[in-house]
Design a protein around this ligand. Structure first.
Ligand SMILES: Cc1cc2nc3c(=O)[nH]c(=O)nc-3n(C[C@H](O)[C@H](O)[C@H](O)COP(=O)(O)OP(=O)(O)OC[C@H]3O[C@@H](n4cnc5c(N)ncnc54)[C@H](O)[C@@H]3O)c2cc1C
Length: 382
């Protein structure tokens, strides 16, 4: 007979959900992990970049999850001028299909039950309704973890306001390009209104001649679509490239005000724990998933949990700071970006670094540019 009651149900088997299920199942409670797609890790909606410094304390990255290891960053300004930072431990470009599948397998190996092709569709008298194999089944749970990504419904089922203003979102377009000439050991970060107004463009090398090439824009900064910016750029810089995969999606730039309740936690993109500056969300999904899994078990056992405080200290502090920096960034025009490019070049060009601290970088930039100082102080320290 099929099991219909679990201590913890996790909705969504992305990095956030699988890590939550893994952390909870290790504590010998019963865990059900639901994934709406037939396979975990597919389709990929990501540039697959992961910086070493963000994940180091939480997860050991296995070589088989990695497409390429990077050792530098190339920064390109609005004038197309570039400089390279020698950054030996900058990070990796993952193979998300393998990475996500491996994390779900870790959860299963710890005892969690994984169901794919199983879509959570709502709550019914405290039970979770799940559409699987064409039928609606209901499951009892004591605790629910919403890890259902940017389009999360779990928060709404618990009465959380999940609306986002267009200014609080980056709209992204990305192609996996093959047969291109790049420095395949460096991540490229490209700035300027021509490429990505209110955001940036990227090249994340997957192999010697292939890369995730994409961009994110702030929709209130332009009437053009992200896809048009990408097509223009690719037509200009990579005219002979083959497009292997097309990805379109949004990245939230503002975390939810409330992301937990008596019997639920939200993690990863469902809680909008993406970095407002970089758009990166894999590391925070992993971190918040692990924190949620452990603390959900504490709650089940009637012990005091630390979910809110751990999330605030380990995730939200940095997000809030980056949110304020982004509020300045989206107001800048190309002239100011050119000034910042020059400052960055002076500080980093040709240098070997082992970490880039945003707080120090922002201070350097503000102090070096009188025009930015006033707006910077008002927004950053108010
Ligand atoms: C174009 C683009 C590029 C990006 N590039 C990067 C990058 O380079 N580096 C980085 O760190 N981040 C990047 N991100 C962000 C990153 O992809 C996310 O932050 C990350 O995947 C969040 O993980 P998650 O587990 O919270 O959610 P997801 O990875 O979105 O996983 C959610 C899972 O829940 C499943 N699901 C949803 N609803 C249900 C339901 N009702 N029932 C069952 N299952 C459900 C989905 O199928 C999915 O598998 C990018 C995002 C975009 C859009």
């Amino acid at each position: 007979m099929r099991r219909r009651a679990f201590d913890i149900i996790v909705v969504g088997a992305g990095p956030g959900g699988s890590c939550a299920a893994f952390a909870a199942a290790q504590e010998a409670v019963s865990v059900l992990l639901l994934e709406e797609h037939p396979e975990v890790g597919s389709p990929v909606v990501c540039a697959e970049g992961l910086s070493q410094s963000t994940i180091r304390d939480y997860l050991e990255i296995k070589p088989e999850w990695v497409s390429s290891s990077l050792s530098g960053a190339i920064i390109r300004g609005p004038d197309k001028e570039e400089f390279r930072i020698d950054y030996p431990e900058v990070g990796w470009v993952l193979e998300r299909t393998k990475f996500d599948a491996a994390l779900a397998k870790m959860a299963q190996d710890s005892g969690a039950v994984l169901k794919t092709g199983a879509k959570a569709i709502g709550l019914d008298d405290g039970r979770l309704k799940v559409l699987e194999e064409g039928r609606i089944e209901t499951y009892q749970f004591k605790f629910l973890i919403g890890a259902d990504g940017i389009g999360s419904k779990v928060g709404r089922w618990f009465g959380i306001d999940t609306r986002l203003k267009p200014s609080e979102l980056e709209v992204c377009a990305e192609y996996l390009l093959e047969e291109i000439e790049i420095d395949n050991k460096s991540v490229y970060l490209i700035f300027g209104a021509k490429y990505a107004p209110g955001g940036y463009a990227w090249i994340f090398p997957k192999s010697e001649k292939s890369a995730n090439v994409g961009l994110g824009i702030t929709p209130t900064k332009t009437k053009m679509r992200a896809r048009q910016f990408l097509d223009n750029w690719i037509g200009e810089d990579f005219p002979g490239a083959k497009i292997k995969r097309r990805v379109f999606g949004g990245v939230p730039a503002k975390p939810l005000k409330r992301f937990s309740g008596r019997n639920f936690f939200l993690v990863g993109d469902a809680a909008r724990f993406t970095d407002p500056l970089s758009g990166a969300g894999i590391a925070n999904a992993v971190k918040s998933g692990i924190i949620a899994g452990k603390n959900a078990v504490l709650r089940l056992k009637g012990k005091k949990d630390h979910f809110e405080s751990a999330i605030r200290n380990k995730i939200l502090k940095e997000i809030k700071f980056h949110e304020r920096v982004r509020n300045i960034y989206v107001r800048l025009g190309d002239n100011e970006l050119k000034d910042i490019f020059k400052i960055g070049k002076r500080i980093y060009a040709g240098k070997k670094v082992d970490d880039i601290n945003t707080k120090i970088l922002v201070r350097e930039i503000l102090l070096s540019s009188p025009g930015l100082l006033k707006i910077g102080f008002t927004l950053l320290f108010s």
